[in-house]
Structure formats: C-alpha cells, structure tokens
Design a protein around this ligand. Sequence first.
Ligand code: PSU
Ligand code: MN
Length: 282
Amino acid sequence: MALESTIFSHLGLPSPHNREALERCTAAVRAGGAVPAVTAVLDGVVRLGLTDDEHERILGPARKAAERDVAVAVGQGWDVGATTVSASVAIAASAGVSVFATGGIGGVHRGSELTGDISADLDAIASHPVITVSAGAKAFLDLPRTLEFLETAGAPVLGWQHDWFPAFYTRSSGLPVPHRVEAADEVARIFAARSRPSSGVLLTVPIPEAAELDADELGAVLTDALDDCERAGIVGAEITPFVLGRIAAATEGRSVPANLALAENNAAVAAQVAVAVAVAAR
Ligand code: PSU
Ligand code: MN
C-alpha cells in the first residue's frame, strides 16, 4: 500500500510532527495487515518502499515532486524528491500497487477561472488505476469545482461511511459525496467494475470526530492565509506549501494533532481496502 512523502517532508508538516506522522501511518498500515510503501525519488531513482534509514532522508530537506517532476528528478539525479499525490499514484500504478493513502489531495484552486491553477493530483487520481484514500481536500480550495473536475474526468468519488465530501479538518464541506460506501470489500468491488481499466477511484474518509476542528474559526484562518499568499506574490507549485504553512502557524497546536489523526485514520482505512483488493484478486 503506497504512501506519499510530501506530507512527511518539511513541505507537509513541521518537525518533529512529520516523524510522528510517518511512524503512526506506517504502524496503522501494518496493524491493518498491509505493507506500507512510501514513494520518493532518492539519488535520482524512483522508489516505492523505503528502509528505515531512507525514511530519515525524507524527513529532512526535500524538493517537491509532482508527477511531471519525477522525470526531471530522475534525469537530474535529485537527492531527495518528496512525491505529491500525483507522483505517488503514478509510481504506485507503475508497480501494480492499487491502493494509496494520503492526508488531503490537491484540487481546483479558488480563482482558477483566472489563474488556471488546478492541481495535477486530480488528473492523476482519475487516470491511474489506483484507489486514493484521503480526508477530502482543504477548504482553501474551490471544493465544488474540485468535485466537478473529478466528475468530468470520470473518477468515482466515494464517502467512507459518510454522506458528505470531507474538508480535511472538518467532516463535511457541505457538499454531498456522490456515493456512500460502508465496507472495504464494497470499495474493492467498485474498483474491479470500472469501465476503463486505466482509471482510478477517490475514497474520502472524514477526520475522526474527536479530532475535528471548528469550521467557523478555520474559515477566517483560510481567508487570511490566501490573502497573505496573494500579497506575497506566491505562484505555481509554491502556493500549496505556503498556504499550508500559514494555516499551521495560525492554528498553532490544534491543526497538527488533527492532521496526524486524519492521516493515521486514512492509512488504517486504506489498509483494510488493500487487504480487500488483494483478497478479491485471489
Ligand atoms: N494538501 C494538504 N497537505 C499536503 C498537500 C496538500 O492538506 O501535504 C500536498 C500533497 O502532497 C498534494 C500536494 O499532492 O500538496 C498538492 O500540491 P499542488 O496544490 O501544488 O498540486
Ligand atoms: Mn498548482
């Protein structure tokens, strides 16, 4: 079962919480009877599954690598490329790994009608044969357009024992999820029945209730973070890490525990799905 490395790098979570996230996610995968395989580019080589020493390397300085950057990271021999969702689903697919867990996916950015900023995660989720398990996407994105994009691209969007598309820190974005599912074997059956063998599925899992943050307070933080981003003139691939950093700083102690809880929970659900997919393939 694949895990991305951007979330465990300094681009995703501040130290030492990134180490805790990695330990809790890999432990949750093993506890669920699956084998964790972190994706990365190390010394110019695409990797799926790392040793303990190699896990240490992704906790340090790293360059963000989306799917298109992986080729560059190989060609230029990058030391440490921290793989995003798009890179991770591509790497998982190339190795025949069909389940992947992350925290939150990238999506259509607010103002995309002017900037054209749409995360490569969405196309990758729709066009590689992998089930991506995530707590939805953060509300600084344009979530209605994110769902529209996935519909157009033909990716089934499922809600794990839940009727609403989750907004990462909160269990519901207020937008209905197209299809609710109750169990891992149901997800495996849906995956096996898709009309295009090369396409993927998005399984959304809401943050556990005890870890959920307050939506109103968060709304103000997100707006401020986006304003700061615009004022600072940040563009392109640096937008998401910048906004994530501002949100983490503004919510101090509360957002990190929430982030760790949802990432661990996603890993646990994804492990159940990985086992169900493996059993169905027997
Ligand atoms: N959203 C989060 N946490 C993250 C990311 C997004 O809440 O760590 C990371 C993931 O690696 C995701 C990437 O694939 O950011 C998306 O970046 P962009 O918006 O530039 O496509
Ligand atoms: Mn972008």
